[in-house]
Design a protein around this ligand. Structure first.
Ligand code: HEM
Ligand code: CA
Length: 270
């Protein structure tokens, strides 16, 4: 354990306050940390994951990152107040705090990520998953990132919170009835609802027949159509503790991809 050169406890409180003032920020902070890491290629070892490379062109302009300027801007005042933390560490810490704030697991935070200096290290466009595609595509993206089928299913369980925005992705709506809560409800909804095509949205997305308020992407639906994915959907739908544990481990791995010499921060005091 090594104390970081910034006041971690006070920074955590400031992040919680930021989220409490705007609950939509929580899920967008999780998506920011995920897309920052999701450019990695574990075979080529490039793509500058966990380096805040998304601040720069060309990465900030990739279609998959539309809307992520909002959480990036929201964190700027905290970067000014705590100049000793790297952007890369700040984005990951903010995602961990958001997950915990919404009722998800506590993830032990390690610090020491190094910020990219410019956009020359950005990975190519097209590395993030496309919601219009299904299991072959999802499996190839998450294999390239270094994740198993089980870890892939656990990670996509983050769609328990937040929602899609027409103006960012062309999709619309939340996956669950509590978009500010973090639990295994993405999996229970996926299995329990009757999913039908939403005729009001130009892109192909599904809605639940019962309320028509919820949505699933084609890439979400593939998790119950592919038997190798489906067995983990069924497991996590039955066992919220197991989901929390597995999500925490997989999200920590995601947010440490490509990093070196990270140090364990002191545990959160309760
Ligand atoms: C939102 C696609 C995996 C976390 C979204 C949106 C799309 C999408 C299209 C809507 C963006 C918008 O319109 O604002 C996908 C696909 C995935 C995937 C195709 C993989 C096959 C993940 C993973 C995580 C994640 C692994 C985190 C561990 C989120 C969150 C939101 C979101 C929290 C809500 C953002 C908000 O409310 O602003 N995703 N995603 N997603 N995604 Fe994913
Ligand atoms: Ca990156």
């Amino acid at each position: 354990v090594e104390k970081p050169p910034f006041d971690l406890e006070s920074l955590r409180t400031d992040i919680e306050n930021l989220i409490s003032e705007n609950l939509n920020l929580g899920p967008s902070l999780i998506r920011l940390a995920w897309h920052e890491a999701g450019s990695y290629d574990c075979f080529k070892k490039d793509g500058a994951p966990n380096s805040a490379s998304m601040r720069f062109k060309p990465e900030c302009a990739y279609a998959g990152n539309k809307g992520l300027d909002v959480p990036r801007k929201a964190l700027e005042p905290l970067k000014k107040k705590y100049p000793q933390i790297s952007y890369a560490d700040l984005w990951v810490l903010a995602a961990y705090v958001a997950i915990e704030y919404m009722g998800g697991p506590t993830i032990p935070f390690c610090w020491g990520r190094v910020d990219a200096k410019d956009g020359s290290v950005c990975g190519p466009d097209g590395r993030l998953p496309d919601g219009a595609q299904t299991q072959d595509h999802v499996r190839s993206v998450f294999t390239r990132l270094g994740f198993s089928d089980q870890e892939t299913v656990a990670l996509i369980g983050a769609h328990t919170c937040g929602e899609c925005h027409i103006k960012y992705s062309g999709y619309e709506g939340p996956w669950t009835h509590d978009k500010n809560g973090f639990d295994n409800s993405f999996f229970t909804q996926l299995l329990e609802e009757d999913w039908v095509v939403n005729p009001k949205i130009e892109k192909l997305q599904m809605m639940d027949r019962a309320t028509t308020k919820l949505m699933m992407l084609p890439s979400d639906m593939c998790l119950i159509l592919d038997p190798k994915y489906r067995k983990y959907v069924e497991m996590y739908a039955k066992d919220n503790d197991r989901f929390n544990d597995d999500f925490a481990r997989a999200f920590k791995k995601l947010t440490e991809l490509g990093t070196k010499n990270l140090r364990n921060a002191p545990a959160v005091s309760s």
